[in-house]
Design a protein around this ligand. Structure first.
Ligand SMILES: NC(=O)C1=CN([C@@H]2O[C@H](COP(=O)(O)OP(=O)(O)OC[C@H]3O[C@@H](n4cnc5c(N)ncnc54)[C@H](O)[C@@H]3O)[C@@H](O)[C@H]2O)[C@@H](O)CC1
Ligand SMILES: [K+]
Length: 494
C-alpha cells in the first residue's frame, strides 16, 4: 500500500472527483459514512459523541458524521470552532444539512465551551490541510481536548499533526486514543515521535479510484497482509531438503550461546533445508542438544570466533548474534566478507564491528541485509535528529553500498538500494525483549537460503516475525512474551 503526501492525497481526491465522477460533497459523505461504521464498531454500547469541528473539509467531515449519527438516533453534540470566517464549500453545505437534525454550538471563545463529562470526543478540527502551527482559539480547544479523560477519536489525522514530517517540539496537537484515517496511511503514523498524536490507527476505504493511486509516485509503502501471502513459495511434492537451501549461521560466544540458539531455531522453523552453525567450541553441546536439527562446526577457540569455515557451499549466511566484538572476531569477519559474495544477513555484533571498522562497509556483498535497532544504526551511521532523518541516512547508505536496511522499531522500515522504504504493520511492544532480533536474523537467513530475493526476504521476514509476535501476545499477553515464543508461533501457510 502506498503512503502519499498530503499534496498527493489532494490530487487523488481531485482525480476521483473528476474521473469517477463524484461530487466532492458525495466523496465527503462516503468518507463520513465509512467513518461512522468504523466508529460504531468500536463500542458495544453507543456513547454520547461530542464532535468538534473546524471550518475546512475535516470539519465538513465532522458535521456529516454528526448528521449521520443523529439520523440513526445516536446521541450527538456538535461544536463548531469559529477560529476564522467562512468555511470550505463542503463544510458550509454540511452545516446547512446538519441544522435539520441538530443545533450546533458555535464556539467563539474559550468561555463558550461547556465541557462534557461523559461520552467520546470526535476530533474534526483540522485534517491534512494543516498549513501552519496551531494557535489562538484552536490551540485552546486542543489543549482542553487533551486535558479530558474521555476517549478521543481523530478524523483522518489528529488536528495539528503534520502528515508528512515531524512537527517541531511545542506544536499544539490533539493526542487521540485512536485515529481513523481515509484510504491510505500517513507517513507520520510510522514514526515513533508521532505515536502520542496517532494512538491506535486504522485506515478505512472511502472508494478513492485505484488508478488514481497508481498514477501517484511514492518511495514509501506499507507492507500489507494482502500483498504478502502470494510471495510465500509452495513446497512442491517432489522437493527434498536440498531444494530449500543450506544456511550458515555464524553466531555465539561464551555466555551468549542463547543468541545462536534462538537464531538457529528460528531459521529451522522458517523452511530452510539444512542449517549449519559455526560457533566457538563452548557452543558445541549447547546447540547439539538444544537444536539437534542443526549441524555444528566449531571454531578452534573455546570462547570467541577467531576464524571462518569454508563458506562457499552455503546458499545464505547470517552473521552476528552473540559473537561479541573481540579483535580476533573482527579479523574472522573481515575474512568472511572477502571470501563470500552470496546473500548475507548482518545483525547485532556484526553491525557493531561495522561501526568500529567502517572500511568493512565497502566489502559487503550486494544486497546484504543489515538489521540494526536504533542504537546500532546510530553507531553505524552517526547521530540523527529524528527517525525520519535516520531513514533518510539509511536510504543514502543503502543506495551507496547497494545494501538493504531493516531499521527495527514499532514499524520496522525496510530500506532498499533503490531508495524505496517499506514499513511493516505487524508486531507489538511485547517484542521489545532480548533475543527477538536473533529470531529475525534466523528467519531472514532461512528465506535467503530458500532463494527468496533479498528485498522480499527482508520484507517477508520482518512481517512474519511481527505476526508471530502478535500471535504470541494474543496467547500470553504482551508482557509475558519471550523470544522463544515467536519461534513457536511462526506459521508459513496462507
Ligand atoms: N474531497 C476531499 O478532498 C476529501 C477530504 N476529506 C477531508 O478533508 C480534509 C482536508 O481538508 P482541507 O484541505 O479543507 O483541510 P482542513 O480540514 O485541515 O482545513 C484546514 C483549513 O484551515 C486552514 N488552516 C490550516 N492550518 C491551520 C491552522 N494551524 N490554524 C488555522 N487554520 C488553519 C487551512 O487554510 C484550511 O482552510 C482531510 O483531512 C479529510 O478529513 C474527506 O472528506 C475525504 C474527501
Ligand atoms: K482531525
Amino acid at each position: 500500500m502506498k503512503i502519499l503526501s498530503s499534496k498527493q492525497v489532494r490530487a487523488l481526491d481531485a482525480y476521483t472527483i473528476s474521473n469517477e465522477p463524484v461530487s466532492s460533497w458525495q466523496l465527503m459523505e462516503r468518507a463520513s459514512r465509512a467513518f461512522v461504521q468504523c466508529l460504531l464498531s468500536k463500542f458495544e454500547e453507543v456513547p454520547h459523541f461530542h464532535i468538534f469541528c473546524g471550518k475546512g473539509n475535516n470539519g465538513g467531515d465532522g458535521l456529516a458524521i454528526a448528521r449521520i449519527l443523529a439520523e440513526r438516533g445516536h446521541p450527538v453534540s456538535v461544536y463548531v470552532v469559529e477560529y476564522r470566517e467562512g468555511g470550505t464549500p463542503d463544510f458550509l453545505e454540511n452545516l446547512v444539512k446538519v441544522g435539520r437534525h441538530l443545533k450546533p454550538k458555535f464556539v467563539f471563545s474559550e468561555e463558550d465551551l461547556t465541557w462534557p463529562e461523559h461520552g467520546v470526543i470526535i476530533d474534526a478540527l483540522l485534517g491534512t490541510g494543516l498549513s501552519k502551527p496551531v494557535e489562538g482559539l484552536l490551540a485552546a480547544v486542543i489543549l482542553r481536548i487533551n486535558a479530558t479523560r474521555l476517549p478521543v477519536v481523530s478524523v483522518d489525522i489528529a488536528s495539528g499533526l503534520s502528515a508528512d514530517r515531524i512537527n517541531p517540539a511545542g506544536d499544539v496537537i490533539v493526542r487521540p486514543d485512536c485515529t481513523v484515517s481515509f484510504q491510505l496511511p500517513k507517513l507520520c503514523f510510522m514514526l515513533p515521535e508521532c505515536a502520542p498524536y496517532v494512538g491506535e490507527w486504522q485506515v478505512i476505504d472511502i472508494g478513492i479510484l485505484e488508478e488514481g493511486i497508481e498514477r501517484q509516485y511514492s518511495d514509501f509503502f506499507l507492507t500489507t497482509r494482502e500483498n504478502l501471502p502470494h510471495l510465500i513459495k509452495k513446497r512442491g511434492k517432489y522437493s527434498h531438503k536440498g531444494t530449500f537451501g543450506h544456511a550458515l549461521l555464524v553466531a555465539g560466544s561464551y555466555g551468549r550461546m542463547g543468541a545462536a540458539m534462538l537464531s538457529a531455531r528460528a531459521c529451522l522453523r522458517s523452511g530452510v533445508g539444512l542449517l549449519t552453525a559455526y560457533v566457538p567450541r563452548c557452543g558445541y553441546q549447547v546447540l547439539q542438544t538444544g537444536a539437534p536439527e542443526t549441524m555444528v562446526l566449531t571454531d578452534p577457540d573455546d570462547e570467541v570466533l577467531t576464524s571462518i569455515p569454508d563458506a562457499r557451499q552455503y546458499s545464505a549466511i547470517g552473521v552476528g548474534p552473540g559473537i561479541g566484538t573481540d579483535e580476533r572476531t573482527y579479523y574472522a569477519f573481515q575474512m568472511l566478507l572477502s571470501n563470500f559474495s552470496a546473500p548475507m544477513v548482518l545483525d547485532a555484533d556484526a553491525l557493531n564491528l561495522l561501526a568500529q571498522y567502517p572500511e568493512l562497509m565497502k566489502m559487503l556483498p550486494e544486497n546484504t541485509i543489515l538489521t540494526p535497532h536504533p542504537r546500532e544504526f546510530q553507531r553505524l551511521a552517526g547521530k540523527t535528529a529524528n527517525s525520519l532523518e535516520a531513514i533518510g541516512v539509511a536510504r543514502d547508505l543503502a543506495e551507496k553500498y547497494k545494501i538493504i536496511f531493516c531499521l527495527k522499531g514499532a514499524h520496522t522500515a525496510v530500506v532498499l538500494p533503490d531508495r524505496r522504504v517499506y514499513f511493516n504493520p505487524t508486531g507489538n511492544p511485547g517484542m521489545a525483549t532480548g533475543g527477538t532480533g536473533d529470531v529475525l536474523t534466523g528467519i531472514i537467513v532461512a528465506l535467503l537460503a530458500q532463494g527468496y530475493a533479498p528485498d522480499i526476504a527482508a520484507r517477508l521476514g520482518v512481517f512474519k516475525h511481527g505476526e508471530a509476535g502478535d500471535r504470541a501476545a494474543a496467547i500470553r499477553s504482551e508482557a509475558a512474551v519471550i523470544a522463544s515464543d515467536l519461534i513457536e508461533n511462526l506459521r508459513w501457510g496462507k
